[in-house]
Design a protein around this ligand. Structure first.
Ligand code: ADE
Ligand code: ZN
Length: 326
């Protein structure tokens, strides 16, 4: 078996996936028709042609616009099920999935509708395919901390159904410190915390996410390679990074895959995991990320074993649950 075959075939976890970012153009048009909505694109090909991003913001503008087709519980169920079906084909057995409630509640979709639909999809995948999932409720950092506080208030009646909290959306100009009080409240609820940091933002944002927000994991973190002291700390404290290689290339964080900091992060002994971020928009699911990484770096079998073991080690499942897969 080649190292690539090993990586593709072994059971794995995905820890950085925005469910709204798994909305394929085909499903977007299907949901638009079902809900009587007109997308501002003539057809699937025209929408796909718009997937030419110059940075994170240019992607987010399209991502939020497409999310408008998600209206009903059934829509969120179908979205979740489509992702999990595709994830299963990549031998993903466990997924920790982010959702952005504010993208939907701002349009008048009740929090309860979003959550119930996503849970229905996850439940079908558990029953039919034995897949395990956790939901991470993510706050949009381009909004004010007060707005996010109100969203947290809205989530409180459902708090037992939310596993963890995260922070995403436009990073530059919205440092983690802006959400110090919000994350203190989330921590007091006893939930694990994650935050996007060091995707487009500087290493200082990663330090803030650790020191101020007290996150257990950093989403992306790829700019950590610019700061030796940060690398040393991430290694010492065994802070996992959920790296999304195709995303970083598509959003021009790196000019091409060969420039990616992944080998440097691994060389420092960091707990790196591979993930697909927004697979519908960035050229593929986890399997496609693995192929692209292997083409660029030709990793050996031991490196792939480490990466796949890291996906469980960095997850929020218990040792006992993990033992089933490892
Ligand atoms: N929301 C969805 N994808 C994201 C990304 N890559 N960075 C920040 N926010 C996001
Ligand atoms: Zn992300």
């Amino acid at each position: 078996m080649t190292p690539l075959e090993l990586a593709l075939s072994c059971p794995k976890a995905e820890l950085h996936l925005h469910i709204e970012g798994s909305l394929e153009p085909e499903l977007a048009f299907e949901l638009a028709a079902r809900n009587g909505i007109r997308l501002p694109y003539a057809d699937i090909a025209a929408l796909r042609a718009a997937y030419d991003f110059e940075d994170l913001q240019s992607f987010l503008d399209l991502y939020y616009a497409c999310a408008d087709v998600l209206r009903t519980e059934e829509d969120f169920r179908d979205l979740m099920l489509a992702y999990l079906r595709r994830a299963r084909a990549d031998n993903i057995v466990h997924a920790e999935i982010m959702f952005d409630p504010q993208t939907h509640t701002a349009r008048g979709i009740p929090f309860a509708t979003v959550l119930a639909g996503l849970e229905q999809g996850a439940e079908i995948a558990r029953r039919e395919w034995g897949m395990s999932t956790r939901l991470i409720m993510s706050f949009l950092r381009h909004l004010s901390e007060e707005e996010c506080m109100r969203t947290l208030d809205e989530a409180l009646p459902f708090i037992e159904r939310i596993h963890a909290f995260g922070l995403d959306s436009s990073e530059l100009g919205h440092p983690p410190a802006k959400f110090a009080r919000l994350f203190a409240r989330c921590a007091a609820l006893g939930k694990p915390l994650v935050a996007h940091a060091g995707e487009e933002g500087p290493p200082a944002y990663i330090f803030e996410a650790l020191d101020i927000l007290k996150v257990a994991r950093i989403d992306h973190g790829v700019r950590a390679s610019e700061d030796p002291a940060l690398l040393e700390r991430l290694a010492r404290e065994e802070i996992p990074l959920t790296v999304c290689p195709l995303s970083n290339v598509r959003l021009c964080v790196f000019d091409d895959m060969r420039q990616h900091s992944l080998p440097a992060l691994l060389a420092q002994g960091l707990c790196v995991t591979l993930n697909s971020d927004d697979p519908a928009y960035f050229g593929g699911y986890l399997g496609n990320n693995i192929r692209a990484v292997q083409e660029a770096f030709d990793f050996d079998a031991a490196t792939w074993r480490t990466l796949m073991a890291n996906s469980f080690r960095a997850s929020f499942v218990s040792e006992a649950e993990r033992a089933v897969w490892l």
